[in-house]
Write a protein of this length. Sequence first.
Length: 224
Amino acid sequence: MVTDLKLLRLLQLVSPGLPIGMYSYSQGMESAVADGWISKSEETQQWLAGILQSSFAHIDLPILDRLYSAWENGDLDQVAYWCQTLIALRETAELRLEDRHSGQALARLLFSLGFAEMQMWCRHQDATLAGMFSFVAVQWQIPKQQMLIGYCWSWLENQVLCAVKLVPLGQVAGQQLLIALTETIPSLVEQALQIEDKDIGGSAFSLALASSRHEMQYSRLFRS
């Protein structure tokens, strides 16, 4: 029963119904579609797979791993360090603001749910989604590997939902993308757990370029 409760808490945490506004961000995909880089399902899959491999597995997941350990050990200096590192590795103002705003939104939600420790993070400039996500994962005793898988799934599902709206894709095509791309998640998590501190970092040049262009895009559905 305890294991089942941890799983249910993880499902709650990764749900698109979590009121932190992640549905309002496309992470540059809107610009990529507008510029004709993405126009069909196959190109969407290549785009997302590339980000997962070149950026997510080398930045987000290993830093999330370290944030989880920092919260477990009550080491707030390490929490701040890795949150600052994560923000520094975001290549555009849009991506940095998204991380801060979503992290602060999750902190406000968790504070309203009774986690008093989150009050200081509600407007903190170093708040990140990964930082607050790992905090509550520790509080709810969600195992680290399951947390990493859930975090990766949450990002991927949001991006596929963006593609369904923007490309556009049908609902079936969206599900096919999820089936294909989720097959890579377990190996990406295993890879991330083996990365040493000095090897954390990476770049998805097309993502950075699309995001910077989205900051100036005249008409858009998603937040910049």
